[in-house]
Design a protein around this ligand. Sequence first.
Ligand code: NAD
Length: 495
Amino acid sequence: MKLAAKIPKFIRHYINGTHVESIGGETIPVTNPISQQQYATLSVGSTHDVDLAVAAATSAFHESGWATFSARQRSTVLHAIADAIERRGDLLAEFETFDTGLPIKQSRGQASRAAENFRFFAEICGSIHEDAFRTNAQIGYVIRKPKGVAGLITPWNVPFMLATWKLAPCLASGCSVILKPAELTPLSASIFPEIMEEAGLPKGVFNMVHGIGEDAGAALVAHPGVPLISFTGETTTGKIIMRSAADNLKSLSMELGGKSPCVIFADADIESALNSSLFGVFSLNGERCTAGSRILVEQSIYDEFVDKFSERAKNIRIGDPSNPETELGALVSTEHYERVLNYVEAGKNEGARLTAGGSRPKHLSSGNYLSATVFADVKRDMRIFQEEIFGPVVCITPFKDEKEAISLANDTRYGLAAYIWTTNLQRGHRVAHQVIAGMLWLNSHNVRDLRTPFGGVKASGLGREGGQHSLDFFTETSIVHIALGDTHVAKFGAK
Ligand code: NAD
């Protein structure tokens, strides 16, 4: 069957096991990043739709048994979800590429990562444990419970995989959920309902409300029946969500923007640093939160590095994202494309040296395509050095010594990831300890062990996800104290 025949023409909410339109009937068109034509109509929710979803999730939390299932029972369902994702791996990748413009090879990788997220939490479900504390006088033991109805709000850059990153621990913990996918890219999420049903997740545990962030998203954040919100998206949106969530004192996990440095010293394995830094900024179309979008290079190898990097960037295969040979696809929307082009203009106007790309490739007359773009001699006060571009645009800046490298690396408001390349391991560790970021890779590519803490500092986020950190977020602990002997208390009011 051709892809077009598999794409739903109408994408609805999924509440209490049923596909439903918005109560008020509101919809928006969804477009494709290449044709820029509408391919589907999306139901967009408001407070009323969120109310229904919260009611369904709350009732499932109390009555479906999911919250009190044994770890083994939950683990079986999570494995079944991973199986169901794997069975649909090709379709998921095709949907993701069609909707986002990500190269198909990379979408396939993200689809298998999505299954792996469920597999991983299926396996560690059983390790959710409860501590005990003992003194001579009493023993205290911790009971850990799912927190309730979770609101998960996700971005458009790698939509399906990022949703599983939150859904898997949320379900592993026994919570019920309302997912609010990004309105720009709802296609892959439309497969979740059949996956959850096939895996045997009880009705009402998984709900999905589509819609505009300021409406459906804001309603979810403001709803008093949703005690926790896990959000991935822009820093400015994160701030709005925090303000709104304060009224109900919600638990928040915030995975926000980045402008991560990649620091390359003269003694590094240059070939590996080159390969990693190119992939690090141009994969996923540069629409990647952990992109190494500021490359800092030691002065003595700077010119040679800029030449080699720019040459390779010029050779990056850009084009139809559904072609397996494509390395760089189309940006997600016309609005985002124009935003990225504005940054290219800003770079030129501020005096940075354009050494590759900077415009639409000649062979692609339509679609949101921008050649891999490299600016050299970028100064720390330029906008392209300071602001997250979220596209295939990289800054290269020279440094004279370790001190200046650290100072440049830390000179933005973000602190998500950092990459360091040097064969001097003492220096490597020293620099890694001084660069302010939540995640650092030393002579190592951005590969994540799912057990490790994921998240940023400064304007890049609050809280950590990944492994036990995610389980801690989605569960609440209480401590029960028991006296081991007679209880001695002051006798207030006694004669
Ligand atoms: P965005 O903030 O515009 O939107 C993210 C989600 O929030 C969408 O579902 C949107 O509808 C919703 N939203 C928007 N306004 C809202 C509001 N007022 N209340 C509630 N929800 C609202 O972000 P985006 O443009 O979709 O994604 C790109 C951003 O995401 C980049 O800044 C990128 O760095 C960041 N990101 C971060 C990570 C990470 O793990 N740190 C991962 C991926 C993307």
